[in-house]
Design a protein around this ligand. Structure first.
Ligand SMILES: NC(=O)c1ccc[n+]([C@@H]2O[C@H](COP(=O)([O-])OP(=O)(O)OC[C@H]3O[C@@H](n4cnc5c(N)ncnc54)[C@H](OP(=O)(O)O)[C@@H]3O)[C@@H](O)[C@H]2O)c1
Length: 279
C-alpha cells in the first residue's frame, strides 16, 4: 500500500548533535513515522544516526546562506518537500551586559535569531507552494522572567519569540502553522558549550567579584532535576504532530514556575532573581 505524504512527514531539524535536544527530537520524530533530515555543523556529531535509514544526515551551519541553500537543494532533490522545519540550533551566551563584547552578542543573535530566520526564508517558498507546513522555533522560558548574567541569550530568544508570533499570522494564509516551543531546563550540552564560550571572554572589570555566579549561570539549566531530553522531545513531538498544533508549547523543569513568574509584579520578580542569581 502506498503511503501518503501525511503518513511520513519530512522533518528538517537544525543542531542535532548527540546529547542535545535536537538529537532527541530527531529520534522522537523518527519514532513517529517521520522521515528526518537531521542536520548539524558536523556529521561526526551524529554518529549513531548514520546507519539508520529513517535519517538523512546533512551538514548545515545556520550562519551560512550557502550551507542552507545546499541542504535545501539536496532535500528537495531527494524528497521533493519539507513538511516540518524545526529551528533548534542555538547557543547560550553568559556575561554581564555592561562588559560582554558586542561581538559575542552579535554571534548569539546571528545564531539564535538570524540563523532561524534564514531557514524560515529558505523553506517557506516550498511550503507555500504546497499550501501546507509547520515551522517550529525553539525559544526559551528565560524570556518569561529575564534575569542577570544571560541577557544576550534571553534578548535573542525574546526576539525569536516575537518573530514567531508575527510569522504565525503572516504564514497562516499559506497553510503554514508556526509553533513556539519553549523549553524549561532540559538536559543537553548547552552548559558545556556555554562554559567553553565563557572561557574565551575577557576578564571582567566591574564584575570580577561576581565571576563565580556568572560562570554558574552557564549550568543553571543543567542541574539534577532538569528534564531528560528524550522526555522533553517525546512530549514536544506529540504536540507538533497534532492536526491543529498549539501556537505555544512549553514543557520541562521550571516551565510552570516561569509561567507564574511572568505574571508577577516586577518588584517581586526582581526580588526572586536577586536571591537566586546572587546579584
Ligand atoms: N537545554 C535547555 O535547558 C534549554 C532551555 C531553553 C531553550 N533551549 C534551546 O534549545 C535549543 C537546543 O539547545 P540544547 O539545549 O540542546 O543545547 P546543545 O546541546 O548545546 O545543542 C545546540 C545545538 O545547536 C548547534 N549549533 C550551534 N551553532 C550552530 C550553527 N551555527 N549552525 C548549526 N548548528 C549550530 C550545536 O552544534 P555543535 O554541536 O556543533 O555546537 C548543537 O547541535 C537551543 O535553541 C537552546 O537555546 C535549551
Amino acid at each position: 500500500m502506498a503511503f501518503s505524504d501525511d503518513d511520513h512527514p519530512v522533518v528538517l531539524i537544525t543542531g542535532c548533535s548527540r546529547g542535545g535536544i535536537g538529537h532527541a527530537l530527531a529520534r522522537a520524530f523518527a519514532a513517529n513515522k517521520c522521515t528526518v533530515v537531521a542536520t548539524s555543523r558536523s556529521r561526526a556529531s551524529m554518529p549513531d544516526l548514520d546507519q539508520d535509514p529513517r535519517f538523512f544526515l546533512q551538514e548545515l551551519d545556520v550562519l551560512s546562506d550557502q550551507s542552507v541553500e545546499r541542504v535545501l537543494k539536496n532535500v528537495m532533490e531527494k524528497y521533493g518537500r519539507i513538511d516540518v522545519l524545526v529551528n533548534n540550533a542555538g547557543i547560550q551566551c553568559v556575561g554581564p551586559l555592561a562588559e560582554i563584547p558586542v561581538s559575542a552578542i552579535h554571534h548569539t543573535f546571528d545564531t539564535n535569531v538570524y540563523g532561524s530566520l534564514r531557514l524560515v526564508q529558505a523553506v517557506v517558498p516550498h511550503m507555500a507552494t504546497k499550501k501546507k507546513g509547520k515551522i517550529v522555533n525553539v525559544g526559551s522560558v528565560t524570556v518569561m522572567a529575564p534575569g542577570p548574567w544571560a541577557g544576550a541569550y534571553t534578548a535573542s530568544k525574546a526576539a525569536l519569540h516575537a518573530l514567531t508570533d508575527t510569522l504565525r499570522l503572516e504564514l497562516r494564509h499559506f497553510g503554514i502553522d508556526v509553533i513556539n516551543v519553549v523549553p524549561g531546563a532540559v538536559q543537553s550540552n548547552i552548559g558545556n558549550s556555554a562554559v567553553s564560550s565563557y572561557n574565551r571572554m575577557p576578564e571582567w572589570n566591574l564584575y570580577k567579584p561576581f565571576e563565580a555566579v556568572i560562570r554558574e549561570r552557564a549550568y543553571f539549566s543543567q542541574r539534577s532535576k532538569s528534564t531528560p531530553s528524550d522526555e522533553f522531545a517525546k512530549n514536544t513531538v506529540a504536540a507538533v504532530l497534532k492536526k491543529n498544533p498549539p501556537a505555544w508549547f512549553s514543557s520541562g523543569h521550571y516551565s510552570s514556575i516561569m509561567a507564574i513568574m511572568y505574571h508577577l509584579p516586577l518588584c517581586i520578580k526582581d526580588f526572586i532573581m536577586r536571591k537566586t542569581m546572587k546579584c
